[in-house]
Write a protein that binds this ligand. Structure first.
Ligand code: ADP
Ligand code: F6P
Length: 486
């Protein structure tokens, strides 16, 4: 257990800290907001609450001393060496678990060495956390990279209240069961008191996996695990609750940003630099094969080919954030997307009028808000996505009730934003129809849809999510034990 003196009543544990370290050519260190929905959501939630955040700084250098982040949280860096980044992060987390948890869109890779490193890194996270959590503290562990932390941490600190939240889907047992380490992963998670998921289906998949693979019993959302002879961690017997608590965004904060004159002016500038089109289509995603970017480009290419849309009247802006760039499937995807965009632009752009504006970059929040304001139709077409916060961000920014959202049925967000133009991205003909409908629908109809979606996003914002989650964790079925030796 690593103890650095100070301890906290609330500890967040996630693979990444809210900031990534970047060292420039002059050797100067800069801190940048880390990518992804987890950080967007948790950063705003923890801003009001304070506490410690245990996570990785995103490179292979030595871990800096703990420091205070912009939000007032105390950040406790965990170091990962080059081999650990390759085997734990790029390997087991993102080439084994990620594809299994996202419908095996690409084939998963299984390596015993990756698993050993996953275990070792999870143990390190648990040890650092055990050193910073105060007696009886609440520890909130996040996501698929850290599924062994709940049990490892409970073994070290039975006095803690431990929760885990799954930001991505939890797969059906037919897919989860492919994992050679399926039982170890389930036992790792059962070290928590409360397990939160994006959808009821995800919680149900987890409960079924426990029943079929571990022989647990369950009543509704409550699982009883009696343990096994080889249960070295001693987490069992335990009673654990698993339920859906869908994540959200700080809608009011984003709306306020979108209303500022600077953002509104920037939105107008963006439209002007695109040549003041009648319709701006927008996609914003990490460059990930789960996001359905290829399907979206295919639909747009066919619409151009059909003569239904053409630049400069209609143009697509596709923002694709660099992501996991050393993982083979992501390199392959980048190659494919670069090629598709090149072909579409070669065939359909004119001088000064691109059919697709493709931006492989990260932007500040203000620029994202301006892009959302500038877009007439937002295309969110993942093949599978735990939630998709971009869809909610678009809705929050449209205080003018303008715009239209085309949203894949295979996102968590589609379970809440029922008034979106829902689509099946595998059905290219259907997707094309939905895009055209979103462009051409009666404006009053569009306003009504946007209003209904906004009601949902504002009444179920990230603060409501955090309260629901933390209340469920506090009321979890088991009482924590006192610290051994007390
Ligand atoms: P994921 O967690 O899989 O990346 P989400 O849609 O849930 O997907 O969250 C993505 C988050 O990252 C959103 O808050 C979105 O605004 C932000 N984001 C996406 N692309 C960019 C970008 N190019 N620059 C800055 N922020 C981005
Ligand atoms: O939502 C899944 C997730 O892995 C989150 O942990 C994170 O928000 C996002 O994707 C970014 O991924 P990475 O940390 O691999 O860049």
């Amino acid at each position: 257990m690593v103890s650095r003196g100070r301890t906290f009543d609330t500890v967040v544990v996630a693979n990444r800290l809210p900031v990534d370290r970047e060292v420039d050519a002059q050797g100067q260190t800069h801190w940048r907001t880390s990518p992804g929905g987890l950080v967007t959501a948790m950063d705003s939630v923890m801003r009001h609450r304070g506490g410690a955040w245990v996570g990785w700084v995103g490179d292979t250098g030595e871990a800096p001393e703990p420091f205070e982040g912009d939000s007032g949280m105390h950040l406790y860096p965990v170091a990962l060496g080059a081999a650990e980044v390759e085997e734990f992060y790029e390997g087991f987390s993102n080439a084994t678990l990620w594809p299994i948890y996202h419908d095996v869109i690409v084939p998963p890779t299984f390596h015993r060495r990756w698993w050993a490193t996953y275990e070792a890194v999870n143990r390190r996270f648990a040890e650092v956390t055990a050193g910073v959590a105060a007696e009886g503290a609440t520890v909130w562990v996040h996501d698929y990279q850290l599924q062994l932390v709940p049990a490892l941490l409970r073994d070290l600190r039975p006095d803690l209240r431990i929760g885990w939240f799954d930001h991505i889907p939890f797969p059906p047992v037919e897919l989860f069961g492919q994992l050679p380490w399926r039982e170890e992963l389930l036992r790792g998670l059962l070290g928590a008191d409360f397990l939160g998921f994006q959808r009821t289906t995800d919680a149900g998949n987890f409960i079924r996996a426990c029943r079929q693979l571990l022989g647990t019993t369950s009543k509704g959302e409550v699982i009883r695990w009696e343990g096994a002879d080889d249960d070295l961690l001693g987490a069992a017997p335990r009673t654990v609750r698993a339920a859906a608590v869908p994540i959200s965004i700080d809608a009011a904060d984003l709306e306020q940003l979108a209303k500022t004159p600077a953002v509104q002016q920037r939105a107008a500038e963006i439209r002007a630099s695109l040549g003041d089109p009648e319709t701006v289509l927008l996609g914003v995603d990490r460059l990930d094969y789960t996001k359905g970017i290829r399907h979206r480009l295919r639909a747009v290419a066919e619409l151009l080919d059909d003569g239904e849309i053409a630049p400069p009247q209609v143009t697509l802006v596709q923002v694709a954030t660099p992501s996991r760039e050393r993982v083979a499937a992501y390199q392959e995807l980048r190659h494919q997307i670069d090629g598709m965009v090149g072909r579409i632009n070669g065939d359909y752009s004119g001088i000064g009028h691109a059919a697709v504006h493709y931006l492989h970059q990260s932007y500040p929040r203000e620029e994202m808000a301006a892009l959302f304001q500038a877009a007439d139709v937002m295309l969110v077409t993942p093949l599978r996505d735990g939630m998709n916060l971009v869809a909610k961000e678009y809705v929050a920014c449209r205080h003018d009730l303008g715009g239209a959202l085309v949203l894949s049925e295979f996102t968590g967000a589609a379970h809440e934003l029922r008034q979106a133009y829902l689509c099946n991205p595998h059905d290219i003909v259907g997707l094309k129809r939905r895009i055209l409908l979103a462009m051409r629908d009666d404006p009053e109809q569009k306003r009504r849809r946007m209003q209904a979606m906004r009601r949902r996003v504002f009444s179920h914002d990230v603060e409501a999510w955090a309260r629901r989650y933390l209340d469920a964790l506090a009321m979890a079925p088991e009482r924590p034990q006192r610290r051994s030796g007390d």
